[in-house]
Design a protein around this ligand. Structure first.
Ligand code: ATP
Ligand code: MG
Length: 566
């Protein structure tokens, strides 16, 4: 008994509901859920949470998850989005049941349902303008007024609705509304709109329809048609739930599966815009290079940046599913990515801010092959060989002319370990006329091959390096959050709907020239690797044979050099 309660504690509220429903055989012991994106933009990390939740529940409880495009607003929708959404869901590691589904597949059924409501005296064709509809609706404290067309004869509404469908009227001339209660305390129940006239082509149904259903009418009925058992959405839909249920009471066959709506807290994350509409503004205003700009919180942007699907799934799991709104720190996502990459990523050496080191006692001709470990976390990833010769590059900040206290890297007279290679001691350095150090001279100890010495003398500092002759130049793109304010959406108001634009971080992208070991160029585009001590990186799609372009995926929290300094 105790075991069971303990287990129950670890379930989120949706899992608890589903387990109870399965135990009670509520829907014949099945569960069917759906992920219902509107194809009006690319998916973002908030959608990833919803995808992991819905597809995850289907997986864990032997159910099905449909992918359904909520394509009821043709003005803003596009096939480009339909395709990107499918790619993103698959990349995250999920597969929908059967073929992708579309609300537009059900336009005829939805139309017939609306006709039934009219025939039952529960819907009417209204001729108020949108402004009048608004004015008649009343306020939270004041009841609405009935439209003068509310009691239009059923036959008249039927005929007008058919003519609306046939494209006989201009946009806005008529509306179809449910006849519920103009004094209802819930504003969504005050004769909500079901259909409006939009003489506009749809990306799937072409010119077939001149009227399109509104979300509230379409959504629940689509759920019903598909036999969805648990219709999971975000908290802002709580006030829509009575309407969701009202439609099903009028239209659903009670012997069939009646879907129920459940609400969970959407993902909000610091420094991150979580709205396709606003992300589109960044694209349209060329603040970013596109939906897949690595700074974007889109799934495609994160993929391009080198985030892993497993890291994102772990993040979704870690943040859990709550019933109250909260704000997740962006570092929590980065932690999950880093944690996954630490296990998987091959280690390379790359010097982001290179300065040349000449090893004066090293032979001019020839060189060594150094054995480097590909991933200290995973022996099966093996080893690789790196060239080493008389001239190498190290990071500019791994050298200090006048070392501070506790500085354990390179400085005049100091010895440091080159990772996997040798110990070197700085003997001299060269400055240009501006006082910038241009070259460091060192000697090496040939008895320290492999970065180890026979005498076990203590070398507190280890630095990374690349061989100057074989290193390749790379354009490295470093990223910071796109906004300087942790909640860029919070200040939005009607006067300044784009207020988040005020908080754009001018340093969200920094481009530098680096020197990297040649194996990087062969690593392929998909795989994210680690530059030791510098973070995780991946080759960007802008890369060409002439110009290697690398994104920094995420920084490392602790480099081993720092760890050794402690
Ligand atoms: P946006 O405002 O970004 O367009 P949306 O909710 O309008 O978001 P939809 O395409 O309608 O986008 O969303 C598809 C599904 O993803 C919905 O079930 C929605 O609840 C869910 N979803 C959207 N944003 C989030 C979020 N931030 N966190 C969790 N789920 C989300
Ligand atoms: Mg939407």
């Amino acid at each position: 008994m105790e075991e069971v309660t303990k287990e129950k504690k670890n379930l989120n509220f949706l899992e608890q509901i589903i387990e109870e429903d399965l135990a009670n055989n509520t829907h014949g012991g099945t569960i069917t859920v759906r992920f219902p994106p509107e194809p009006n933009g690319y998916l973002h990390i908030g959608h990833a949470k919803s995808i992991c939740l819905n597809f995850g529940l289907a997986q864990n409880y032997g159910g099905k998850c449909n992918l359904r495009f909520d394509d009821t607003n043709p003005a803003k929708e596009d096939v480009e989005y339909v395709e990107s959404i499918q790619e993103d869901v698959r990349w995250l590691g999920f597969q929908w049941a059967d073929e992708p589904k579309y609300a537009s597949d059900y336009f005829e059924e939805l139309y017939q349902m609306a006709v039934k409501l009219i025939k039952d005296g529960k819907a009417y064709v209204d001729a108020l303008t949108p402004d009048e509809v608004q004015a008649y609706r009343g306020t939270i404290t004041e009841a609405g007024r009935p439209s003068p067309w509310r009691d239009r004869p059923i036959e008249e509404s039927l005929s007008l609705f058919e003519r609306m469908r046939n494209g006989e009227f201009e946009d806005g001339r008529y509306l179809l509304r449910a006849k519920i209660d103009m004094a209802h305390t819930n504003m969504f129940m005050r004769d909500p709109l079901l259909y409006r006239i939009r003489n506009i082509e749809h990306h799937r149904t072409g010119k077939k329809w001149a009227i399109y259903p509104l979300y509230d009418f379409a959504h629940g009925q689509c759920d019903y048609i598909e036999g969805i058992t648990h219709s999971i959405c975000t908290l802002e839909f709580i006030p829509h739930r009575p309407l969701y249920e009202w439609f099903l009471e009028q239209l659903a066959d009670p012997t069939k599966i009646i879907p129920h709506q459940y609400e969970f807290a959407r993902l909000n994350m610091t420094y991150t815009l979580m709205s396709k509409r606003k992300l589109l503004q960044l694209v349209q205003n060329k603040v970013v290079t596109g939906w897949d700009d690595p700074r974007m919180p889109t799934i495609s942007g994160m993929r391009r940046r080198g985030y892993t699907a497993e890291g994102i799934r772990n993040f979704a799991e870690r943040i859990g599913v709550a019933k109250r709104d909260n704000l997740i720190d962006i570092s929590s996502l980065e932690f999950s990515i880093r944690e996954d990459l630490n296990k998987k990523a091959i280690r390379f050496m790359g010097v982001l801010d290179p300065i040349k080191v000449i090893i004066t006692n090293y032979p001019e001709a020839g060189g060594d092959l150094i054995i480097a470990t590909n991933n200290p976390e995973d022996e099966t990833m093996g080893k690789r060989l790196m060239k080493f010769s008389r001239e190498i590059y190290i990071e500019r900040d791994d050298f200090m002319e006048v070392p501070q206290k506790k500085y354990h890297r390179l400085a005049p007279g100091k010895e440091v370990r080159l990772r996997y290679a040798y110990y070197i001691t700085c003997t001299d350095f060269v400055k240009d006329t501006d006082g910038q150090i241009t070259e460091i001279h060192c000697t090496y100890d040939p008895e320290t091959f492999g970065g180890q010495s026979e005498d076990n003398r203590k070398i507190p500092g280890t630095i990374h390096w690349v061989d100057a002759a074989s290193a390749i130049d790379a354009e490295v793109r470093l990223y910071e959050p796109m906004f300087t304010d942790p909640t860029p959406e919070a200040y939005e108001n009607e006067i300044e709907p784009k207020k988040f634009m005020h908080f754009l971080n001018p340093n969200s992208l920094t481009v530098i020239r680096a020197k990297v070991e040649p194996a990087v160029a062969e690593s392929g585009r998909e795989a994210t690797f680690q530059f030791e001590r510098k973070g995780y990186f991946c080759v960007d799609k802008d890369s060409t044979t002439e110009n290697l372009v690398i994104n920094r995926t995420v920084t490392l929290r602790d480099s081993y050099a720092k760890a050794q300094q402690k």
